[in-house]
Design a protein around this ligand. Structure first.
Ligand SMILES: Cc1cc2nc3c(=O)[nH]c(=O)nc-3n(C[C@H](O)[C@H](O)[C@H](O)COP(=O)(O)OP(=O)(O)OC[C@H]3O[C@@H](n4cnc5c(N)ncnc54)[C@H](O)[C@@H]3O)c2cc1C
Length: 486
């Protein structure tokens, strides 16, 4: 019997387990899959707090249906009936400009009329097809966007999208690692606008479609799902998927089992994990999947494999606070929450990244007569804001909601959720670092990494990477591949 130990029961670990179990069953192979999770529940950052008719997402609220991996997972779980598409109103997205919420234009005529960019900013953006392709080995998103679209479009289009997805700093995030399709489109078509036209077969509807091409693929995480595809979640919140996976993964799931040691032994690996009783239990394994954050993996590898550990520890994270507020619908100004929510560009100098109008996107997130908003605070540029005391955080969010949305009512409910190491930052140099990590792993057969710290931060990316990792585990165990992969 092959023994596989997965460290971490977040989405990546759960999907890896499900894929491995499914493949083993299909090939009539006996495997024992053990998931060791340090917390008292599975799901990692995927967690929905259900209280009094509210569904408050502590982290992610969904994925884009324009991407295939999460949908494929739901199909393979035979759980498509649990999917929940965003309400049509969520098409309306807003960006803060000069202290006002401006609707993100979706068509060329709307773009021309929109106050989101000045006349000069629009002309510079429309010059994009004539800007030569870049040659940098690894360029920041900010530099790439300014070079192709101009500084104003960088500030009011790209910056808010990037902070919406990564809570990140575009001047540090690597375009190749964080938004690879942007780099590919420039290489292939010489221009994003030409690329969007070629891919869509015409210029009509270009603005929205280009935005989709530019922001929708390879992203989808964070507080903005981007305009491409429909934001899709699960009835009852993202915890619904966690529960289905935990039930169907066919793994021994150990909770309150923080892994504290990892040792290479003659027969493979030995994983030491705490138990609820305070002891350490050792799990021998033929293959180990580290589905925990890179810094946790670094800690486990520190003494035996210091150079690999250093590379993993060097992957930075943005801290983020999620401030959920609920209001009585009757207390809100007319049309105040008609849409997806808004994002705040850094140049607006406001202490929040944006606000998602959760119960407008998914009406089941609040009971009748109530609305639920979730504000994001902090991120790579302002970790000090995410660290403010609860009362200050709530006061800041209420002030911004009052100024930008006109909501001055007292919230009926407030929750503050903090993620000290919330979103991995694929900064310039990330791809080179992944190359060095892969080279180290090639010398450690039976050890695999699988987490959103590496090759995609979104739920859909996790589904893809976990499927790929399970394929690598099976290859290591000598289990023949069958059509459709793991
Ligand atoms: C505020 C916020 C909003 C987000 N919004 C979206 C969104 O709308 N859409 C989207 O696609 N993505 C979003 N994301 C990203 C999404 O949450 C991640 O892609 C996904 O949850 C990562 O799953 P994971 O399993 O890779 O990692 P994690 O969720 O980090 O899971 C890792 C697991 O490993 C466990 N662990 C750590 N150390 C150990 C150890 N030593 N021993 C045992 N277990 C250990 C942890 O407890 C955890 O359960 C958001 C993230 C945040 C923080």
């Amino acid at each position: 019997m092959d023994r596989i130990v997965i460290v971490g029961g977040g989405l990546s670990g759960l999907v890896a387990a499900f894929r491995l179990r499914r493949a083993a069953v299909a090939r009539n192979r006996a495997v024992r899959i053990t998931i060791l999770e340090s917390e008292d529940r599975p799901g990692g950052k995927m967690r929905s707090d259900r209280e009094d008719g509210f569904v408050i997402e502590r982290g992610p609220n969904g994925f884009l249906d324009s991407r295939p991996n999460a949908l494929a997972l739901m199909k393979d779980l035979d759980a498509e009936a649990l999917l929940l598409r965003a309400d049509a109103t969520a098409k309306k997205r807003f960006v803060c400009r000069d202290g006002r919420l401006v609707r993100l234009p979706e068509t060329p005529p709307a773009f021309l009329k929109s106050p989101l960019l000045s006349g000069a900013g629009k002309r510079r953006l429309m010059h994009e097809p004539w800007i030569p392709a870049g040659t940098a080995h690894d360029e920041s998103i900010g530099d790439l966007a300014a070079r192709r679209m101009g500084a104003e479009a960088r500030d009011y289009l790209v910056d808010p999208m990037v902070s919406g997805i990564y809570a990140g700093d575009p001047s540090r995030l690597s375009a190749g690692a964080a938004l690879p399709h942007l780099v590919q489109m420039e290489r292939r078509y010489g221009s994003w606008i030409r690329g969007a036209i070629a891919l869509q077969g015409g210029a009509f509807g270009l603005m929205g479609k280009m935005a989709g091409r530019v922001f929708g693929r390879g992203s989808g995480g964070g507080i903005s799902a981007g305009p491409s595809g429909t934001l899709t979640s699960f009835r009852g919140g993202v915890s619904t998927l966690v529960q289905v996976l935990a039930d169907r993964a066919g793994a021994d799931l150990h909770l309150d089992a923080p892994v504290t040691s990892l040792e290479r032994i003659a027969t493979g690996w030995l994983v030491g994990a705490g138990t609820a009783e305070g002891a350490t239990r050792y799990h021998p394994a033929d293959a180990v999947v580290l589905a925990c954050p890179a810094d946790a993996a670094a800690g486990l590898l520190q003494s035996a494999f210091p150079s690999l550990s250093r590379e993993l520890a060097a992957i930075p994270y943005a801290s983020i606070a999620v401030v959920a507020t609920a209001f009585a619908r009757a207390d809100l100004p007319e049309g105040a929450v008609d849409g997806f929510g808004f994002l705040v560009p850094e140049v607006e100098h406001r202490p929040i990244l944006g606000v998602l109008w959760d119960s407008s996107i998914f009406p089941d997130r609040a009971p009748p007569g109530q609305v639920l908003l979730r504000a994001m605070v902090g991120g790579a540029r302002h970790p000090e804001l995410a660290a403010m005391p609860d009362d200050d955080l709530v006061a800041v969010v209420r002030q911004q909601i009052a100024e930008l949305m006109g909501i001055r009512a007292t919230p009926t409910r407030v929750r503050v959720i903090r993620w000290a190491r919330g979103i991995p930052q694929y900064n310039v140099g990330h791809l080179d670092r992944l190359g060095r990590i892969d080279a180290s792993l090639a010398r450690l057969p039976g050890l695999f990494l699988c987490h959103n710290s590496y090759r995609g931060i979104s739920l859909d990316d996790c589904c893809r990477e976990a499927t790929l990792a399970s394929g690598r585990v099976l290859a290591h165990l000598g289990v023949p591949a069958c059509e459709g992969g793991a």
